[in-house]
Design a protein. Structure first.
Length: 297
């Protein structure tokens, strides 16, 4: 069963979820944004050391705590490492009152029918067992929708809920993330199809089952309002999806009941060259702005 105190924090917490789960494919871009070019490291091991140092620095910033950050999504290698001498998930909850989640997907398959499904996850059961033992509360897995394709969106959501049931079997809460690409011309049409499909799958869940949803900020404010009130939904969070932090915050503030789960928008403006005082001031201002947008609705 999920940790009751952590579940209460996620359901009612007055804050947002930080996405610190950049994978191997997105890490070079995240490091470059942080002021660390690819020329600064010679191997994947060095690259992952550098990204962990960035994540640990964020997690240890004074304003990164449960007052405004209710949860954080970790990459697998982050879960397996330590922050300030403690295992990462344990550090987040015990020292920061931040609920730990884990990214479990292994990336995206090639586009078919306007969508990119998740690649197979043959080691998911073993990973969930490790996550539960490490004190992780829930998981996150991402698919991508690139067109308003009814059959494609059906396939994305069906896969997400099938894997979600597997994760629930380990006592973890899945964050279901069918991301709609922000640049597609038929984004609003895709979001209408997605709302219908998500609702159908949520209605079919056994009574008492809860999942979370991570969704692209919609074209129409409060498009997903009904999902925030669905009895099978613990919380709806929003991804920044490539929007600037200002634009993501603006859109988020218009959507009642949805909180942020930003990645790139969270780290915008941070630099490896900043002094600790400059870094903490920058991340503190960012946390304040994302928190304000999360509670505005």
């Amino acid at each position: 069963m999920p940790n009751a105190a952590q579940a209460d924090r996620i359901r009612a917490g007055n804050g947002f979820i930080a996405a610190l789960d950049q994978s191997g494919g997105s890490t070079p871009k995240a490091l470059a944004q942080y002021g660390v070019p690819e020329s600064a490291y010679d191997s994947d091991a060095e690259m992952f050391d550098l990204i962990h140092a960035m994540r640990a620095r964020i997690a240890q910033a004074p304003d990164f705590n449960g007052d405004k950050v209710v949860g954080a999504i970790l990459f697998e290698m982050t879960m397996d490492r330590k922050i300030d001498g403690k295992p990462s998930a344990q550090y987040l909850w015990e020292e920061r009152a931040v609920v730990p989640f884990l990214k479990v997907d292994k990336g995206l398959a090639d586009e078919v029918d306007g969508v990119r499904l998740m690649k197979p996850m043959p080691e998911l059961d073993a990973l969930c067992e490790r996550a539960a033992a490490a004190g992780v509360f829930g998981t996150k897995m991402r698919s991508v929708i690139d067109a308003a394709s009814a059959s494609g969106i059906d396939a994305v959501v069906a896969q997400q809920f099938k894997v979600g049931q597997q994760i629930l079997g380990h006592g973890l809460i899945p964050i279901i993330e069918p991301e709609v690409t922000i640049s597609i011309k038929d984004k609003a049409e895709a979001e209408a199809l997605l709302l219908d499909t998500l609702t159908r799958h949520l209605d079919a869940l056994p009574k008492g089952t809860e999942v979370m949803l991570k969704l692209t900020l919609p074209e129409t404010a409060n498009h997903y309002r009904a999902l925030t009130e669905h009895p099978a939904v613990m919380r709806v969070v929003a991804l920044s999806g490539g929007y600037s932090r200002d634009e993501a915050n603006r859109r988020l503030s218009e959507n009642t009941g949805i909180i942020a789960s930003f990645s790139r928008a969270l780290t915008e403006g941070l630099s490896a060259d900043q002094s600790d005082n400059e870094f903490n001031k920058t991340i503190g201002a960012t946390i304040d702005s994302i928190h304000a947008a999360s509670v505005a609705g």
